[in-house]
Write a protein that binds this ligand. Structure first.
Ligand code: WTA
Length: 667
């Protein structure tokens, strides 16, 4: 490790990743990719796009917005960056995302084309054409209006992966009501926080959903969240019948979807939305405080989801595309719903996940529905790798043409396995780096143009100016680790944190302070750039951990722990995990009158699940008499990370207030 420098903020795991990837010399040329009518045909065209976006960004984005989206009224200006970090894109224009996702395709004669193919975990299948989707969206939009929803009112979704989730999102967009989708795996407490923060007026949910051979009781969770008037803004709850659960109904508040919506008219004009009107709020975890509501607006987000989907996946007219994410995450928003539908593609939705009763579920679906493009997470790939190629080898995967990955760094071994076993050696693998905040992919290979290297997300997309900098905001040299930043606004960027513009400014735009006073966006990730300009993402460098591609703030889990009567203090760190990327380790001190016990350990784990959801369940809880702190009282997480990983504590411990604490923790 003498030829590269790493920063103090990087964990030993991240440094080890730098070492491994530096030895990664395999390159896969783009020539094997076969798309009949590729959008970006090769390196020349790609480089031209990069050059023109760089030379005149406004003209590049302006032309793209006019070419790719429908406008009721064209915009007056492309980017207004006069009040950074608050951007305005396509000011003066009006459009509607659902017009772009539905009406224009129907007007172009594609009404009978399949928009959504859906399969439920029990194996039930639905196919919905663009015209049928349009009708459902309009009816739902009319039902929302009848429930009193007006432009600007927030509608929350807490749903299983059923077509009604996509229909609801689009229905909201149709009438200009921002949606806030809450992942169905979050607990009722987490749901309540999000409903209250967003002041949601309606919640759309289902009696339940099928997942891993179990029924998730969504309506019960909504009832608990709303109990005792704890969400005063919520007026109505709309319930999709999915599992036939026995659920309780509150008269005047709760409505069955099928009873309310089927009778509504299928005519509902698309609201003319200003470019910067809110499209949705999506909560995500950060280093500090409660999860923040990331705000995305209409035109810029639509353009970015549309363009990135087209550039990267390049779905052909008769192809079927499948992204395995849940609509509760940004990947589901941009690459199950908005990106594919805006492009008039056929998007596949699956309610379930691979499970012990059906470990080949994904491959069976690829075979059955002839999936051409498949987009999933490294955690899933590593799990498949572990259970052996014997399972996928039983299926015909020859329809596949392109494979994508997202959500966490992918190790070269998993990348190669994905390419060789699932892609049978002839599908390009696109590793796409992005975030809830970026709206769409930022760094990714373009299959026809960019050679890939296993483990690298390769190059920024046209118009995206990425850099790696030190704490002073200065570019670092090739192969040096540093902070990943974005130096120029892009259409899909988040606009603010819901209700907290100060937090938006401080978290993302003032974390690093370049001397030239310029605003640069700090992503929270560490990365390295190699000799070819390729980016290698190292993972989070802030107090966010990534468990199986799910983002969690250590502070959220700490707050959940200390909300238990037995806990005095808690510090949570991530520990490297072969399968899940990271797992959660909590160090806990107890109130004076409380005793350590195995029983308490389980109680605390369940308490976190109750407060946040099963994805936040700590893998390990370690009881200790004290936490390592600096003299100013800050918990030294770096030390805890090393301890959790079972490593010797390296680096400076001189600021530690009480050295005995370390000895105790070690033992
Ligand atoms: C991580 C998910 C490495 C990263 C779209 C980022 C990745 C966080 C990759 C955002 C990738 C996402 N390689 N790391 N290809 N993609 N990440 O908001 O740490 O749920 O900051 O968005 O996931 O997670 P989020």
């Amino acid at each position: 490790m003498n030829h590269i420098d790493t920063f103090d903020f990087m964990s030993s795991e991240q440094s080890a990743r730098i070492e491994t990837v530096l030895q990664e010399e395999r390159i896969f040329k783009p020539s094997q990719f076969v798309a009949k009518e590729a959008t970006i045909t090769g390196l020349d065209q790609y480089q031209q796009m990069i050059a023109s976006a760089k030379a005149d960004p406004d003209s590049f984005w302006g032309k793209a917005a006019l070419a790719e989206l429908h406008w009721f009224k064209p915009f007056d200006s492309v980017l207004d960056w006069s009040n950074p970090p608050f951007a305005k894109w396509f000011d003066g224009g009006t459009t509607n995302v659902t017009y772009n996702c539905l009406d224009r395709h129907i007007l172009n004669g594609k009404g009978e084309k399949t928009a959504i193919i859906w399969e439920g975990e029990p194996g039930d299948v639905r196919r919905i054409t663009y015209k049928q989707l349009f009708d459902e969206v309009c009816k739902t939009a009319n039902a929302l209006k009848d429930l009193g929803i007006k432009k600007g009112d927030l509608v929350a979704l807490y749903m299983p992966m059923v077509p009604e989730a996509a229909i609801s999102m689009l229905a909201c967009a149709r009438i200009g009501a921002p949606h806030s989708v809450v992942f169905g795996g979050f607990s009722s407490e987490a749901l309540r926080d999000r409903l209250n923060d967003g002041q949601a007026k309606v919640v759309i949910t289902a009696d339940g959903g099928f997942r891993k051979d179990k029924i998730i009781s969504l309506k019960d969770a909504v009832d608990s969240a709303l109990a005792n008037k704890s969400c005063p803004s919520v007026e109505s709850v709309l319930v999709v019948k999915r599992t036939n659960e026995n659920i309780s109904f509150v008269p005047g508040r709760d409505y069955w979807w099928h009873e309310l919506i089927n009778s509504k008219s299928n005519k509902c004009e698309a609201e003319h939305m200003e470019s910067e009107d809110r499209l949705f709020v999506l909560y995500t975890s950060g280093s500090t405080g409660k999860p923040k509501g990331v705000v995305h607006t209409t035109a810029g987000y639509n353009l970015w989801a549309h363009l990135t989907f087209k550039w990267i996946f390049d779905v052909q007219e008769n192809e079927v595309y499948w992204c395995t994410a849940d609509v509760g995450w940004i990947t589901g928003h941009s690459y199950i719903v908005y990106g594919p539908l805006s492009n008039g593609s056929t998007t596949f939705m699956y309610e379930g996940v691979p499970r012990p009763s059906n470990p080949g579920a994904f491959w069976e679906i690829i075979q059955k529905h002839k999936i051409n493009i498949f987009y999933t997470a490294p955690t899933a790939i590593r799990a498949f790798m572990k259970s052996g190629r014997g399972i996928p080898d039983q299926y015909d995967l020859s329809s596949l043409r392109l494979l994508g990955t997202v959500g966490e760094p992918i190790n070269p071994e998993a990348w190669i396995w994905y390419r060789e076993v699932i892609g049978q050696g002839n599908c390009p693998v696109v590793d796409t780096w992005w975030q809830t905040e970026t709206g769409g992919v930022m760094i990714s290979p373009i299959p026809n143009a960019v050679s890939t290297k296993p483990g690298s997300a390769t190059l920024p997309l046209p118009g995206i100016e990425v850099d790696i900098v030190n704490a002073a905001g200065e570019s670092v040299q090739t192969d040096q680790g540093g902070y990943l930043v974005i130096k120029r606004p892009w259409p899909g960027m988040m606009r603010t944190v819901h209700g907290n513009s100060k937090r938006f400014r401080e978290t993302y735009w003032e974390y690093l302070k370049p001397k030239n006073g310029k605003f640069i966006y700090f992503a929270g990730d560490g990365a390295r750039r190699d000799n070819d300009g390729y980016y290698w993402i190292m993972g989070r460098v802030d107090d966010v951990i990534n468990v199986s591609g799910h983002r969690l703030g250590t502070m959220e889990i700490e707050s959940a722990l200390v909300s238990h009567a037995s806990v005095a203090e808690a510090a949570v760190v991530g520990k490297p995990d072969e399968l899940r990327g990271e797992s959660i380790v909590a160090f806990v001190t107890l109130e004076a009158d409380k005793q350590f016990s195995d029983n308490l350990l389980e109680i605390l784990k369940s308490h976190v699940v109750k407060e946040i959801g099963a994805i936040a369940r700590p893998e390990e809880i370690r009881f200790t008499n004290a936490l390592p702190k600096t003299r100013s009282g800050k918990i030294m997480r770096r030390l805890l990370r090393s301890l959790a990983a079972g490593e010797d504590v390296k680096g400076d411990t001189s600021t530690l207030e009480d050295k005995n604490v370390l000895d105790e923790l070690r033992s």
